[in-house]
Design a protein around this ligand. Structure first.
Ligand code: AMP
Ligand code: MG
Length: 338
């Protein structure tokens, strides 16, 4: 290789820059702790920032405890698989028969029912029958929609789940109709992320991210900088529609029509169901919510997806932020760090 003086200088500069860049990226990667687990049907990535790597914290034990807690929540709330849990048992009870629910389930159900009320029924935790019929969370992904008759038959009534007293005088829960099946699929992931962060904090961790397939809660900072979070473009898988610099305690969750879907006769059918019609909502490509915890961000990203643009105004009342990409790809709202 023959180089002029200038050429040689440039070559050395490039070589030096490449070395420095390599060093920077190697340093930041070496100092973060990453761990990925498969929970709730998705890859859950735990990232712990360098500040929390010191002898008083057993980072591996903290991540392991957080992952175990998230797995416990999946087992407690799923309506799929063979293992029994309180929700599957409740879904098999005769209508109008009050039964007890574990405190944790009752508490998340109460939060879900409040969001159902606030979203005027757009978010509905009793859509299990319809969700099972569509089959988006089954092991074999669907390729054709159910028949219109089957959908009408599975459509649950507005008033589905009620809190009431049981024969022994204690508080219990009933379903009003066999079409009312609890399904926490739109809120349990957020709840699991919140519980995961709670466990990390109990282990002394102050700077971390739990990212469950793009649904995120972050705490603290990434070294001396904010965390950088990318929001996926709903149509270009490798592209970001937004990159945010966030720190403190921020939950950011997206519901999108690209997550679980099939195209049938040129039309997209996805897993976000309008409880009024029983069909996938034709409102948006994606909705991202920033809220004070991941449970709220998860439930509201689903709710606003069903509501469409008319659901956005309410978000500021809750001090939540929303970014909606409509069906033509136009952006509405914005996500500003609080
Ligand atoms: P997410 O990806 O968080 O928006 O949640 C989607 C999941 O929530 C679906 O797979 C269903 O299990 C469930 N779901 C679908 N539509 C609704 C709805 N309108 N209200 C509540 N849960 C829903
Ligand atoms: Mg959700």
């Amino acid at each position: 290789m023959i180089l002029s003086n200038n050429g040689m200088a440039l070559f050395l500069l490039r070589y030096f820059m490449a070395f420095v860049l390599l060093l920077i990226s190697a340093c930041s990667q070496a100092n973060d702790v990453h761990e990925t687990r498969f929970i709730m049907g998705t890859l859950v990535k735990f990232t712990i920032a360098p500040a929390d790597r010191h002898e008083n914290i057993d980072v591996a034990a903290a991540i392991s405890a957080a992952a175990n807690e998230m797995q416990r929540i999946e087992n407690a709330f799923t309506i799929y698989g063979d293992q029994s849990n309180a929700i599957k048992t409740f879904n098999a009870t005769a209508p109008n028969t009050a039964v007890a629910l574990p405190e944790e389930v009752a508490s998340l159900l109460q939060r879900a029912l409040l969001i159902k009320q606030q979203s005027k029924g757009a978010f509905d935790p009793a859509l299990g029958g319809l969700n099972l019929l569509w089959g988006f969370s089954a092991s074999d992904a669907p390729t054709t929609p159910p028949s219109a008759e089957a959908i009408t038959k599975a459509l649950p009534p507005q008033h589905c789940i009620a809190q009431t007293s049981m024969a022994n005088g204690k508080s219990g829960w009933l379903r009003t109709d066999t079409r009312c099946l609890l399904d926490f699929g739109a809120i349990a992931k957020g709840y699991a992320i919140d519980q995961g962060i709670k466990i990390l904090r109990q282990h002394g961790i102050k700077n971390a991210i739990i990212n469950a397939g793009g649904d995120i809660r972050l705490i603290g900072k990434h070294g001396d900088k904010p965390w950088r979070i990318g929001i996926r473009h709903p149509r270009q898988q490798a592209e970001m529609i937004e990159t945010l610099q966030l720190e403190g305690d921020v939950s950011i969750v997206t519901s999108g029509d690209y997550e679980r879907f099939f195209i049938y006769q040129g039309k997209r059918y996805h897993h976000l169901i309008n409880p009024q019609t029983g069909w996938p909502a034709q409102t948006a490509q994606s909705v991202t919510i920033i809220a004070r915890n991941a449970t709220l961000a998860d439930a509201w990203s689903t709710a606003v997806f069903i509501q469409g643009k008319k659901g956005m105004a309410q978000q500021s009342q809750f001090n939540q932020q929303v970014l909606l990409i409509d069906q033509s790809g136009k952006r509405f709202g914005s996500l500003k760090p609080r």
